[in-house]
Write a protein that binds this ligand. Structure first.
Ligand code: ADP
Length: 168
């Protein structure tokens, strides 16, 4: 028993020291909400071991959506994309973990659901590129910008007590 306790203490010390945590911005788009995929999507990020650090259920307006997708403003699909994002409420989230930006993109799958692998969110639940259910930041830098835009108040500050069971 004491050995187990000591190992746990060591695990906690190690894991909090070693891990470089990252945050990403994930949004369940209006089609994901309408189709009842909110629980399923949150479940996948939670079960993987990532930590929920922010969550809001909101409808955004046109100028906010245009800000979020500013990098795509020259694309021919931009107007349709903005219309899609403001068409109903979305679930905006901050998820934290080691490599969560890239791994989050892997969990989500390729932009075009026709090319996204089975087992990914888009591969399992979407067909058209313009109704691809979910957004995830594509780099640490865009994650930082998107979190600042959607969560100006910052992330929720809490520690998951399972940490040493997820990280070595
Ligand atoms: P991702 O969301 O995978 O990062 P992009 O940043 O390239 O992909 O595009 C943002 C969103 O714009 C996509 O998720 C998709 O909803 C939409 N989109 C991208 N390309 C097209 C397209 N050719 N036609 C319609 N919508 C598109």
């Amino acid at each position: 028993y004491y050995l187990v306790q000591r190992r746990n203490k060591e695990a906690i010390r190690h894991s909090t020291k070693k891990e470089k945590m990252e945050q990403t911005f994930i949004m369940i788009k209006p089609d994901g909400v309408q189709r009842g995929l909110v629980g399923e999507i949150i479940c996948r990020f939670e079960k993987k071991g990532f930590y929920l650090k922010g969550l809001k259920f909101i409808t955004v307006d046109q100028s906010f959506a245009e800000k979020h997708y500013a990098d795509l403003s020259a694309k021919p699909f931009f107007a349709g994309l903005v219309e899609y994002i403001i068409s109903g409420p979305v679930v905006a989230m901050i998820w934290e973990g080691k490599g969560v930006v890239a791994t989050g993109r892997t969990i989500i799958g390729a932009t075009n659901p026709a090319a996204s692998a089975p087992g990914t969110i888009r591969g399992d639940f979407a067909i058209d590129i313009g109704r691809n259910v979910i957004h995830g930041s594509d780099s640490v830098e865009s994650a930082r910008k998107e979190i600042a835009l959607w969560f100006p108040e910052g992330p929720v500050n809490w520690q998951n007590s399972l940490h040493p069971w997820i990280y070595e």
